[in-house]
Ligand binder design. Structure first.
Ligand SMILES: Cc1cc2nc3c(=O)[nH]c(=O)nc-3n(C[C@H](O)[C@H](O)[C@H](O)COP(=O)(O)O)c2cc1C
Length: 293
């Protein structure tokens, strides 16, 4: 049940009992400037049986209808529906889908390269190995093998704490929410992360919403390990920014990234002197007991 200010309330007497419809306003300005959410709740007696919400970020600029009007329409349509078929509202309707998967891992590795046996995949296997040595469970997500659609910017996740886009993302959200260490292993593609990883990063806005709406905090430390074809620091300027914004958005505390260049020449990360040691050392520091960063 929403805890915002009740703006409007109506009791509806039916043969199935008394229903109450409430229009509630929540000021979500602490999440985004000016964000307001209206929730319309149907109660059967004292029990909430249906909840619909709309927020001001859902409405595109120039729309002929504003959020308050949309909420008012929702209110009157629900009032009409409850009065005309009350039997449909005697039991709770759930809009929120539970996240799948019970098997959670201490260390979650997001492997961003489409190449199953490429350098990022090799680095991911070093990470999993280091986790095992530290007595931790791990899971590598080969993101290219998941069906993840791009974020559609609907902002519906700030209504209910779940994303309406139906694909494999719930598995990743579930894993990230329970991990204590999150490693992003990725190549640089055109200066930044590959498209599949970018889709996952954008869709993690859902995790941000879950934190804000449901209070499900991510309590993890993070590490970026990136590989690039070219030498020097230049290829990593954008990718480090993108991945640190991703971590910052979710409250993941990042360690110093491990950046490995010159792969166009070396082809194989195992041929780059010190690369494996650097990756393993960064992980050992993250796994060290008492490292609260
Ligand atoms: C589409 C594409 C774009 C790339 N863009 C860059 C780039 O902007 N800068 C760079 O240094 N390397 C770039 N590379 C090279 C990769 O980062 C490099 O080959 C890396 O080792 C591939 O990682 P993987 O073996 O894990 O797939 C690009 C490669 C591809 C396929």
């Amino acid at each position: 049940m929403s805890e915002g200010a009740v703006e409007k309330i109506r009791a509806i007497e039916t043969p199935e009992g008394t229903f109450t419809i409430r229009l509630i306003l929540d000021d979500l300005g602490s999440i985004y400037p000016g964000m307001i959410r209206y929730t319309v709740e149907v109660l059967c007696g004292a029990e909430p049986v249906a909840t619909y919400a709309v927020n001001s970020y859902e409405v595109p600029p120039g729309s002929l209808i504003d959020t308050r009007e949309a909420a008012e329409i929702l209110f009157s349509r629900l009032a009409h529906d409850v009065a005309s078929r009350p039997h449909a509202y005697t039991r709770p309707r759930r809009l929120t889908r539970p996240l799948p998967g019970s098997g959670t891992s201490d260390v979650v590795i997001l492997q961003g390269s489409p190449r199953r046996f490429g350098n990022s995949a090799r680095i991911a296997s070093w990470c999993a190995d280091e986790a095992a040595r530290a007595g931790l469970s791990s899971r590598i997500f080969f993101l290219h093998e998941f069906s993840i659609r791009p974020c559609i910017g609907c902002y519906a996740c700030y209504n209910y704490g779940y994303c309406p886009v139906d694909d494999d993302m719930p598995w990743i959200v579930r894993a990230l929410e329970s991990a204590s260490v999150i490693v992003v292993c990725t190549p640089v593609y055109t200066g930044t992360v590959p498209a599949g990883l970018k889709a996952v990063i954008d869709r993690c806005q859902w995790l941000h919403a879950r934190q804000k709406v449901l209070g499900r905090e991510v309590h993890a430390r993070g590490l970026l390990v990136a590989v690039a074809g070219r030498r020097g620091a230049a290829p990593f300027v954008c990718i480090t920014r993108v991945v640190s914004m991703f971590m910052e958005n979710l409250g993941i505390r990042p360690a110093a990234p491990v950046l490995i260049g010159d792969l166009d020449r070396a082809r194989d990360v195992r041929k780059i002197e010190g690369a494996e040691d650097d990756v393993r050392a960064a992980l050992r520091t993250l796994f060290a007991p008492g490292d609260e960063g």
